[in-house]
Design a protein around this ligand. Sequence first.
Ligand code: ZN
Length: 201
Amino acid sequence: MLLPRPIQILVSALERLPGVGPKSASRLAFYLLRAPDEVSEELSQALSGLKGKIAFCEECFNFTEAGQSRCEICEDDQRDGGVLCVVEEALDVVALERVGAYTGKYHVLHGVLSPIEGIGPGDIRVKPLVERVAKGGIREVILATNPSMEGDATALYLQQQLRPLGVQITRLARGLPVGGDLEYADQNTILRALTGRSEMS
Ligand SMILES: [Zn+2]
């Protein structure tokens, strides 16, 4: 079936999104055509200039609204600034926050070490983490990188970097499926991994 060009353009744009195949892309496009105008207008407004409206938190590198130097979590004085949870991606913060059991702060690496892909310590936010811990006031660093080969290697590297600074370094418990992402784990699994965390030897 040959679709009018504007629909074709929308379908192929949707198809490029992760987890959206050609079938769901067409389904979404036709849904938008049938839905009230506000639905597609809201969507288009949310997408328009999205990247320009977002910045990185200067402290933890989580996403924040452009114009704000610190994210909401860093700004929150109720949270324990003595505990830092180090995650691979900002999405992992969302996953951990959804569980609601963690009251410390975060550090987002924006990647993991991967020699195969040529990603070294200089390519992810390792240096700002070490500097942040070196400044003092932090008792525990929870290494919450994913239980994958790269995630484990990154945790080990971070442990070596942080050990001389005299903080307690813990790793999430092995409740998470090996090779699985924090992002896809259910809330109970994350909670178990968090509460069962143990000191890295
Ligand atoms: Zn922050």
